[in-house]
Design a protein around this ligand. Structure first.
Ligand code: NDP
Length: 455
């Protein structure tokens, strides 16, 4: 069936990037249709950041009860029911999906439920209906990789983990990226025994080396067993559980989490009908305006594999709408994005790593490491670590990294400093807020060292 309507933009994908772009475009008077085959909200709301954070709250509560209690308190017979948590989580996600639905509806965007297939640069099929459009926006996200080694497709991904109704006892986590380590800490906090297998020497490839080393110590301190340099051979079903075969032997588990990365969702979109270019990882190649190699077809978010973070997808989607429907000339700056990793303790990072900073010129390195008051008072050993990297010539802050409680909250505001081009002298001029952990950011007076990597 051919619709007679001419849309200004048809968006394929109702996740963070697609919804943000559609709503912003509609706010400027554009006629917009959005196609989604599953729940509205995408990875972040339905099977990513949001339910992950809800599970993290449960884990943190468990960690407090099992070792973080403040003196004077005694709590007996505490129990965790994964089934009860699952019911509460499902209700909350349904509530959030309803909010997404209403936001779209109230903005005037037309929602089509089904699989969107591109027929031509100006036509998209959805459930037997053809939509005519001036522009197409592809915002279909990414999905877990399942084939890193034979049998790995037997393992759960973060999608299935978030739907668990019972807590597994013996858990293997494959990989040491964001998803692997966040869920390793969450499951450990809930009470599972967790072993993490990864192929590098350290977890979190690409992060500042000090943070990677400190994280190894923090994971080990909480009883997570790390298996670096793992050489994976296969995963097999074994009784009610799994046998993980590596070059170092066979390990038995009742639950295996495959967290070996994600790939852009480009299958089944009809991309072959418009001759669009894909990159080496199957991502849609776009320019700084999120325009693909087909002029009126755009893409934002994880499907472009630029910086796979929800707020980045939202920023890309909104910039696109502003440029196309409000006469703006916006580009998203991917260089100054602060990020948080919700391990226990969490990590906050913005800017360059020490290695990257040292490669561009002499860099002063300021470090602070301490046991937070709350941890020390409850008998805990986990330290907080902070690092500031400063360009020696200009005094400009090049990077800030932290492993410790509340680092995600701190790094959001440090990201503002960084984006404004703050100097170390700006931190020095700032009076501390006491007693806090954050005050250490303005109290590091002497550099620990100055580094320069010869080119
Ligand atoms: P990551 O790229 O962060 O990690 C993938 C992990 O899988 C790495 O440890 C990698 O090892 C390993 N791996 C990849 N291929 C293989 C293989 N063939 N054999 C063995 N190991 C392999 O991906 P994630 O899936 O964890 O996260 C996807 C994206 O989602 C991230 O890039 C991030 O942007 C985003 N995300 C952000 C979060 C946040 O902001 N808090 C939370 C969750 C996700 P190696 O290092 O050796 O390559």
């Amino acid at each position: 069936m051919q619709s007679t309507t001419m849309y200004d933009m048809v968006v394929i994908g109702g996740g963070s990037g697609g919804v943000a772009s559609a709503r912003r475009a509609a706010s400027h008077g554009a006629k917009v249709a959005l196609i989604e085959s599953h729940q509205l909200g995408g990875t972040c709301v339905i099977r990513g950041c949001v339910p992950k954070k809800l599970m993290l709250y449960a884990a943190q509560f468990g960690q407090t009860l099992s070792g973080g209690m403040q003196p004077g308190w005694k709590v007996e017979q505490a129990q965790f029911s994964m089934a009860d948590w699952q019911t509460a989580k499902t209700t909350e996600i349904q509530r959030l999906e309803g909010i997404y639905f209403n936001l779209l509806k109230n903005s005037g965007v037309e929602l089509f439920r089904g699989q969107g297939t591109i027929v031509s640069p100006t036509q998209v099929n959805v459930d037997g209906q053809t939509l005519n459009t001036q522009r197409i926006l592809i915002a279909t996200g990414a999905a877990p990789n399942r084939k890193a080694f034979p049998g790995l497709d037997l393992a759960a991904t973060s999608n299935e983990l978030l739907d668990l109704t019972h807590l597994p006892k013996q858990v293997a986590v494959i990989g040491a990226g964001y998803i692997a380590l966040e869920f390793a800490c969450i499951l450990k906090g809930l009470g599972s025994n967790v072993k993490v297998f990864y192929r590098d020497a350290l977890p979190l490839r690409g992060f500042d080396a000090s943070i990677r080393h400190k994280l190894v110590a923090a994971l080990t301190l909480q009883g997570i067993e790390l298996h670096p340099h793992s050489k994976f051979e296969s995963l097999q079903q074994s009784g009610d559980g799994f046998a993980l075969n590596t070059a170092n032997g066979t390990h038995q588990f009742d639950f295996v989490l495959n967290a070996t990365g994600r790939s852009p969702n480009t299958q089944g979109l009809g991309l072959e009908n418009i001759g669009i270019s894909l990159g080496a990882k199957g991502e849609l190649v776009v320019n700084e305006y999120s325009q693909t190699t087909v002029p009126n077809v755009f893409a934002v978010g994880d499907v472009t594999d630029r910086m796979n973070l929800t707020p980045v997808a939202i920023a890309e989607g909104r910039a696109l709408a502003e440029n196309e429907f409000n006469g703006k000339d916006l580009k998203v700056n991917h260089q100054s994005v602060a990020t948080a990793t919700f391990t226990s303790p969490p990590i906050g990072s913005v800017g360059l790593t020490e290695e990257q900073a040292a490669a561009r010129g002499p860099t002063r390195v300021y470090e602070a490491e301490f046991t937070p008051m709350k941890t020390a008072f409850s008998g805990g050993k986990q330290k907080t670590y902070m690092k500031i990297l400063v360009d020696d010539a200009s005094d400009r802050i090049l990077g800030m990294h932290m492993l410790g409680e509340d680092s995600p909250e701190m790094i959001q505001l440090l990201g503002v400093l960084y984006t404004m081009g703050a100097k170390k002298s700006d931190l020095d001029k700032t009076i501390a807020v006491h007693p806090t952990a954050a005050e250490e950011w303005v109290l590091m007076s002497q550099p620990n060292r100055t580094v320069l990597n010869p080119a």
